[in-house]
Design a protein around this ligand. Structure first.
Ligand code: FES
Length: 365
């Protein structure tokens, strides 16, 4: 995959909200009014996300949400599902109104695919809950741009009324009758056909690979949802011979990153060694010292420059990407950078801890 992110562009722009519509009981579809002069900067590929920023209760809160509209549609839409304890999602679902202004970062993210022009491509998506949001952008994009493409979707929701973007998915089914094949699973409602009940598990995958999909003929698998589901599907596919390059995934929560925070704090207590860090951002350098093998480079750097780009702090969204110019670091997790980016020296600063006496990272490259 091509490296598509320019960190130079990763700054916030105030953008007005065009509309906030309920799509389910606990999920809103938020559309943005990107001004004409910013439309070029805000162009996006299917699978990318927007990072939003807002002060809520006196604190700055940032969250990334996948764009669920199609590239080239002239719409910038994200679906925000209210989650327990979710500060931003509660605000969006209960308080956000059309005309409000949010700080929005230009679209970014690596859950993208090059168009397939030489053949009638077959795409397969697996999603759970709000994991449908980047996939619906891919579905619209592939079916629109590739007239012979076929898309099969397996999507698990709790109940029929909690299916996010249900009307849009039904609209796509009607429009692309022979090319879009969606399967909906419900985890908290029973239907007559047993196959459609319950989460996507190994039993369902066995059934799907036996009766619905011919795995070798699928060009790309796109997975989006919770970590355990994604890794279960990825492992299932790999064991059956699907090469890594055909499996693409986007995590919505990174448990591994949270667990690593405990480990990091313990190491910090044991280590007295420090690192001299040079950070280049916005054409300027700043320097500071931090403990080696302790907190992440991003956390330490934010104390000196709160304008650095970040969103998830979990190794997922890629917003904090920077190029390592000098020295060595270790990343706890990396769910965002492609192999080519790693080879080119890019790191996720939210996951990187220094290993050498000096390091230099450049957010401008
Ligand atoms: S802030 Fe999301 S990967 Fe670092």
């Amino acid at each position: 995959m091509a490296v598509t992110i320019s960190n130079l562009a990763q700054h916030f722009t105030p953008i007005a909200v065009r509309s906030v519509e309920k799509t389910t009981e606990d999920c809103v579809l938020v559309s943005f009014d990107v001004p004409d002069e910013k439309k070029q900067d805000f162009r996006f590929s299917a699978g990318q996300h927007l990072t939003l920023r807002r002060e809520i209760g006196g604190e700055e809160v940032r969250r990334s949400y996948s764009i669920c509209s199609a590239p080239g549609s002239g719409n910038w839409q994200v679906a925000i599902k209210q989650i327990p304890e979710g500060v931003f999602s509660r605000f969006a679902n209960q308080e956000l109104r059309s005309g409000d202004v949010l700080d929005v970062m230009q679209p970014h993210g690596n859950f993208t695919l090059e168009p397939c022009t030489e053949k009638a491509a077959v795409y397969v998506g697996f999603a759970a809950g709000s994991g449908i949001t980047p996939l619906i952008s891919h579905i619209q994009d592939k079916l629109e741009q590739e007239p012979s493409a076929h898309f099969v979707l397996f999507y698990a929701s709790q109940t029929a009324s909690s299916i996010i973007l249900k009307e849009e998915l039904e609209g796509l089914k009607n429009r692309y009758l022979s090319r879009f094949e969606p399967y909906f699973f419900l985890t908290r409602e029973e239907r007559d056909i047993e196959f459609y009940n319950g989460r996507i598990d190994l039993e369902k995958l066995e059934h799907i690979s036996k009766y619905i999909l011919d795995l070798p003929s699928v060009d790309h698998f796109l997975l989006c949802g919770p970590e355990d589901m994604i890794f279960m599907i990825r492992d299932f596919l790999q064991v059956r011979g699907v090469e890594e390059k055909r499996i693409h995934f986007e995590l919505f929560v990174s448990n591994a990153a949270l667990q690593n925070k405990t480990k990091v704090r313990r190491v910090e207590a044991e280590s007295g060694v420090g690192t001299e860090v040079t950070v280049r951002e916005g054409g300027k350098n700043f320097r500071f010292r931090m403990g080696r093998n302790s907190e992440s480079v991003l956390e330490a750097a934010l104390r000196y420059n709160s304008g650095l780009p970040f969103a998830c702090k979990g190794g997922v969204c890629c917003t904090c990407r920077a190029k390592l110019i000098e020295g060595k670091v270790e990343m706890h997790v990396n769910y965002a950078l492609e192999k080519e980016e790693l080879e080119a020296g890019y790191i996720l600063t939210c996951q990187a801890v220094p290993l050498t006496e000096t390091i230099t990272v450049d957010f401008d490259q």
